[in-house]
Design a protein around this ligand. Structure first.
Ligand SMILES: Nc1ncnc2c1ncn2[C@@H]1O[C@H](COP(=O)(O)OP(=O)(O)OP(=O)(O)O)[C@@H](O)[C@H]1O
Ligand SMILES: [Mg+2]
Length: 476
């Protein structure tokens, strides 16, 4: 099914298959399209494209009544019971074909017979409005079952319940599904409910089906990774080097928030071109980059807005102007914003100086002062200057290439500590290094780059330096 609201495609060609007796969960972040999908199934929305097949036959569902006819019923997050009426009245009045004169005695008997088969005990004569939330939700579900629905769609039914109530209700539905009495679709945000009750799961993200399958085959990490787009994603990126030879070949990678992806490899295998592309210093031939799921072009504005920061190799030649002052170098990313930029296109020397002073202190840069030329700094302190500039604004994405090369022990420890801190604060870190020991120490996951491609991947915990070393030299 596909459903558009104006320019927004809320549901983009999503398919779902329910076997009889299935308990199928739908997961996704807010706005992923979960409710839209089930509302299309229920006939509340008319899908722009797609088909609904029941028992192998295609049906046009014009509205909720049409869906009820097919045996579909829906339970909402909010309650739909009429508070002033009794439970019995609520159960009976849900019928689409309610006669003008209700034969109460006969209905009552039918209802009591039905309830004897149900695992819930309910007091039929109480006013619905007097019931607690858990009781009300049970009645909502009972009502759908009493009305003879065979496919029960529940849109976050447990958000108003205590965990115990939720477990009880979902447990009953699971048993009924197992016995083939009903097929269940459960929209939820709770992984625990998916793991404990569902057999299958569909994960939606931005209107698309991103993944899913049998719950027993999926870990919680798998589900989270499907729901939330990686902070940094590179998709089929091809980049040429200065001699117009292919340096990066259809390379794809993804780095999650709070993750350090270590890229091992002998230098000259495309690392520099990859970093330059991410830093906006080189245009790719093909492919694309996404930050938090959205297309990203590394212009100054986008880098600032999306908080993407880059620590390139050899910062003195790649990220600094040695004839400018330390304060000016520190202000590369924000000289055109207040407080440094003032009206009329002028810079405030004062703000520039103060900001420089602050960063020199915070990042312990050994310098005569903010107005000293960058030329006067030692190599390690140039590195710190770039680091101060790139790490001072809590990055969302941090790309670092050999950031500790040529630094002394103390400076190395400090830079690594700052990169770890950025990761722990939720940044996605792409860490390219020739030093395998460094990657083994810092990275959560390690990939190997060889001739412009990623040829090997391993979790750090399972990483074997010999295997990594071998794949650095050739394809495995
Ligand atoms: N009637 C509508 N008119 C316009 N836009 C809509 C309408 N209904 C939903 N949308 C939009 O469609 C997208 C998907 O919404 P939907 O309600 O399906 O999300 P959801 O996955 O159920 O999210 P939540 O977990 O917050 O309930 C959202 O961007 C939403 O704003
Ligand atoms: Mg919803």
């Amino acid at each position: 099914m596909t459903k558009r609201f104006g320019a927004l495609t809320a549901l983009d060609d999503v398919s779902l298959r329910l076997a009889p007796g299935a308990f199928h969960a739908i997961l996704g972040e807010n706005g992923a399209g979960k409710s839209t999908l089930v509302k299309c199934m229920m006939g509340y929305h008319r899908a722009d494209a797609g088909r609904l097949l029941v028992d192998g036959q295609e049906h046009q569902v014009a509205g909720p009544r049409g869906a009820h006819h097919l045996g579909f019923g829906m339970v909402y997050q909010h309650f739909t019971l009429v508070p002033s009426m009794t439970v019995a009245e609520n159960l009976i009045l849900g019928r689409d074909d309610l006669p003008a004169v209700v034969a109460w005695a006969a209905e009552r008997e039918r209802m009591e017979a039905f309830l004897r088969r149900m695992p819930f005990r309910v007091d039929l004569d109480r006013a619905a409005g007097a019931l607690a939330a858990g009781e009300k939700q049970k009645i909502e579900i009972l009502k759908q079952l009493f009305l003879g629905r065979r496919v029960l769609i529940l849109d976050e039914p447990t958000s108003v319940l205590t965990p115990d109530e939720a477990d009880q209700i979902l447990g009953v539905l699971r048993t009924m599904a197992r016995e083939g009495q009903v097929t269940v679709v459960l929209i939820t945000h709770k992984f625990r409910e998916v793991e404990a009750f569902a057999h299958e799961v569909t994960v939606l993200r931005a209107g698309r089906r991103i993944g899913g399958g049998h719950v027993k085959d999926l870990t919680r990490g798998d589900l989270v990774a499907m729901m939330i787009p990686p902070m940094l994603a590179v998709e089929a990126l091809t980049v040429l080097d200065d001699k117009a030879l292919t340096a990066v070949r259809e390379l794809s990678l993804a780095v999650g928030a709070g993750e350090i992806l270590g890229v091992a490899g002998v230098s000259g295998n495309g690392q520099r071109e990859l970093v330059e592309t991410l830093a906006g210093q080189r245009s790719p031939e093909a492919g694309l980059i996404r930050v938090a799921g959205e297309r990203y072009r590394p212009t100054r504005r986008q880098m600032r807005r999306r908080r993407v920061f880059v620590l390139p190799e050899e910062p003195l030649s790649n990220a600094c102007v040695r004839t400018m002052t330390i304060a000016e170098n520190l202000a590369f990313r924000n000289f055109d914003e207040p407080p440094i930029a003032v009206t009329g296109g002028f810079l405030s020397r004062r703000a520039l100086h103060d900001r420089g002073r602050e960063l020199i202190d915070r990042f312990k840069i050994r310098a005569a002062g903010p107005d000293a030329s960058l030329d006067t700094l030692s190599g390690g302190n140039v590195q710190r200057t770039v680091l101060a500039r790139e790490l001072s604004q809590s990055p969302k994405v941090l790309v670092a290439q050999n950031p500790c090369a040529g630094l002394d022990v103390a400076a190395t420890a400090e830079i690594r500590g700052r990169i770890m801190a950025a990761r722990n604060a939720g940044a996605a870190v792409l860490f390219l290094s020739e030093d395998l020991d460094e990657l083994m120490e810092l990275a959560d996951r390690i990939v190997v780059m060889f001739e412009g491609r990623l040829v090997y991947e391993t979790a750090r915990a399972a990483a074997d330096p010999h295997v990594i070393g071998h794949s650095m030299a050739s394809h495995l």
